[in-house]
Design a protein around this ligand. Structure first.
Ligand SMILES: Nc1nc2c(ncn2[C@@H]2O[C@H](COP(=O)(O)OP(=O)(O)OP(=O)(O)O)[C@@H](O)[C@H]2O)c(=O)[nH]1
Ligand SMILES: [Mg+2]
Length: 673
């Protein structure tokens, strides 16, 4: 029987100890003989120079070790919220996760954000309460916070002792611990009829082996969350946690003989500048020199394969289902690409998009072209930075200031380019406020192309994105170009998405339905390029009729503040352009009052800064993405990019002219396209 593989993510709030725990697990499994430290910059997974300097994780990293028959591919992720996109990309390739919680700080804001995503995706997860050796470490307190804030379905797996000392330890419960056994049966009985029936008769009536099997089954279905305690620094609790990985999480072998299916979650450049793609294999086998299809229509030949074994990537002739491969030779491949067969189901983003952007420029004018190329490479590894080029200007999307500093330092260290950033601004979106329709008919005066296209834009619910629908007779679609209607629809969907990247005021347009109401062609002169070029023109005209509202990103803030400071905090929220809900006194918060508030993303940082002063350091604020809200006052506009080959402003002027001017002038103004 082939070895089983467990693709395991380590997730946590920043500084909870993920990288230290990774190092400790590698040591305990015998992969490394000496334990590196984050503070000395000597760990396996914080291998980038910048990670070592700063002592934080920036990129996800893969290492592997064995527990019994199971090969664990561990993916260490960054905890800082500026790097949440790294976690996002990893989530879709995991079999299970360990969510690390500090025994001192307890459940922190990012712990909740991550747990929400893990629960939503039903990823089997073990909770590991780390740092029990540190002064101030708690057990009951942390368990209560976990139950109240992460999930009530938690199962403590043992008890901690000597908290706050180097001698702190963890003792797993076993068959003889009657109290723990009864509690375990009680929790499992809530989700299993068989156990419930026996348990009601006799608390200890369910055989212990049966309870453990059921615990594993319920953990694998993400119904319950076992909790372990320990210390990544002293090694306390490691045997229990490692046994838990093998016993409770779903390792598998996959179908190595099945059709090839994999997913790329990380892109890196090798020492010679070659592209390296990290892919998790769901099914099938890839061998060197295989030609692979990825992301729909691209193809490439694999020139080398590494798999993860005993710590690092090792060169191999093949990689199969369950494993993580590092593939070389696929120059066109991108992060998020599916290799081979598409897996059913759409991958929904779990976290908020970046809400900030900043214009940057090379200090030395001679570096301008090099900067563009370097940003292209950074975008390969992190497409969400969404490099935008407008006349004379380059801008990137950002989650925050730390990410900005990291981009600056990376450009300096890896590319030798010194850059300066202009001030950071928020990224707005545009939503249609009404319906609009426009068309270019075959041979109509001013239609620059031998193709007909009509589009209608209708508003759709907030958060629904963009939908495209075909409402034309299929006979009006040039089949000699597109082969099938499905293909035509797919291509039109692409053109529409492309065109909606910049709306009337330069922001991405979303939350709308675009319907194709008119189509026509002249065989054989009409080509795909004509539909592609006509789409932004017609769509902009339709959008102009519909009108759009510029909306800014909002941050939802859950404040927990001393009751007597409520008035001052509410006033500050209002000053920052936010709104607050009704304060609630909650028993679990002791003397604190909970206040929900919604603030423009641009101002949320200000509230964070003011909160300690307003609440004598007692207040805490937990933030999450709060959607978009129409801006008050004059809507901000964003500079257009060069990506659009046709000048849409010219076209709009031309349309305006067509409405009022004489026909002779119209045909003139359409010339030259
Ligand atoms: N006392 C004690 N300190 C720990 C323990 N685990 C980690 N630390 C310390 O906590 C700090 C952060 O540890 P990391 O392992 O870098 O935490 P991380 O979760 O990987 O951090 P990011 O990747 O930046 O989010 C370091 O100074 C560690 O030495 C522990 O069990 N006990
Ligand atoms: Mg780390």
């Amino acid at each position: 029987m082939p070895r089983q593989t467990l693709n395991l993510g380590i997730l946590a709030h920043v500084d909870a100890g993920k990288t230290t725990l990774t190092e400790r697990l590698l040591y305990a499994a015998g992969v490394i003989d000496e334990i590196g430290s984050v503070d000395a910059g000597t760990t396996q997974t914080d291998s980038l120079a910048l990670e070592r300097q700063r002592g934080i994780t920036i990129k996800s990293a893969v290492v592997s070790f064995a527990v019994g028959d199971v090969t664990v591919n561990l993916i260490d992720t960054p905890g800082h919220p500026d790097f949440i996109a790294e976690v996002e990309r990893v989530l879709s390739v995991l079999d299970g996760a360990v969510l690390v919680i500090s025994a001192v700080e307890g459940v922190q804001p990012q712990t909740r954000v991550l747990m929400r995503a893990l629960r939503r995706l039903r990823i089997p997860t073990l909770l590991f309460v780390n740092k029990i050796d540190r002064a101030g470490a708690g057990e009951e307190r942390v368990l209560r916070a976990i139950a109240a804030r992460l999930s009530p379905a938690v199962v403590p797996m043992g008890s901690a002792s000597g908290l706050g000392t180097r001698a702190a330890g963890f003792t797993p419960w076993g068959e003889a611990d009657a109290g723990a056994r009864a509690r375990l049966a009680e929790i499992l009985a809530e989700r299993d009829e068989g156990i419930l029936a026996t348990y009601v008769d006799d608390e200890l009536g369910v055989p212990y082996a049966h309870l453990r099997r059921e615990l594993a089954a319920q953990t694998r279905r993400a119904l319950v969350y076992p909790v372990f305690f320990g210390s990544a620094v002293t090694g306390a609790g490691m045997p229990a946690l490692m046994a838990g990985l093998a016993e409770l999480l779903p390792a598998g072998t996959g179908d190595a003989a099945g059709p090839v299916s994999g997913r790329v979650f990380k892109i890196e450049r090798g020492p010679g500048g070659e592209k390296l793609a990290y892919a998790r294999m769901f099914s099938g086998t890839i061998r060197t020199r295989d030609r692979l299809r990825f992301s729909g229509n691209h193809e490439g030949k694999v020139t080398a394969i590494s798999v993860f074994e005993r710590g690092t990537a090792t060169s191999r002739a093949a990689v199969s289902a369950g494993q993580i491969a590092r593939l070389r030779g696929l120059d066109e491949i991108q992060i998020g690409d599916e290799i081979g067969e598409r897996r059913p189901g759409v991958i929904q983003p779990q976290f908020a998009p970046p809400t900030l952007e900043s214009v940057l420029a090379a200090r030395r004018p001679a570096d301008r072209a090099a900067l563009r190329a370097a940003l292209g490479q950074l975008a390969e590894q992190d497409p969400l930075i969404n490099v935008r080029q407008s006349p004379g200007e380059l801008a990137v999307s950002l989650y925050g200031e730390v990410q900005k500093e990291v981009i600056q330092a990376t450009l300096a260290a890896d590319f030798g380019i010194d850059v300066t950033f202009r001030e950071t601004t928020t990224i707005c979106i545009e939503r249609p406020v009404g319906s609009g329709q426009a068309a270019e008919l075959l041979g109509a005066p001013g239609n620059p192309f031998p193709a007909a296209l009509g589009l209608r834009v209708d508003p759709a619910p907030a958060g629904s994105g963009v939908a495209f629908r075909l409402e034309v007779d299929v006979r009006s679609v040039p089949m000699y170009v597109y082969k099938t209607t499905a293909n035509f629809t797919a291509m039109m969907t692409r053109y529409v998405a492309q065109a909606l990247r910049e709306g009337l005021r330069g922001w991405q347009v979303t939350d709308c339905t675009v319907t194709m109401t008119e189509s026509g062609y002249i065989s054989p002169s009409t080509t795909a390029a004509h539909f592609r070029k006509l789409t932004p023109l017609v769509l902009m005209a339709a959008l102009d009729q519909a009108g759009t509202a510029v909306c800014e990103p909002m941050i939802r803030v859950n404040l927990e503040i001393p009751a007597e400071t409520t008035g001052a905090v509410l006033a500050a929220v209002a000053r920052l352009g936010g709104t607050a809900g009704t304060p609630v006194l909650r028993a679990d918060l002791g003397p604190l009052t909970a206040v929900p508030a919604l603030l423009p993303a641009a101002r949320a940082q200000d509230l964070h800064r003011q909160l300690p002063g307003l609440t004598s350091g007692e207040g805490v604020a937990e933030t999450s993405f709060g959607g978009y809200r129409p801006v008050t006052g004059p809507p901000p506009a964003r500079r257009r990019t060069l990506a659009d080959p046709l000048n849409r402003e010219d076209y709009m002027l031309h349309l305006a002219g067509r409405a009022s001017a004489a026909p002779a002038e119209q045909s003139q103004s359409s010339g030259g396209r």
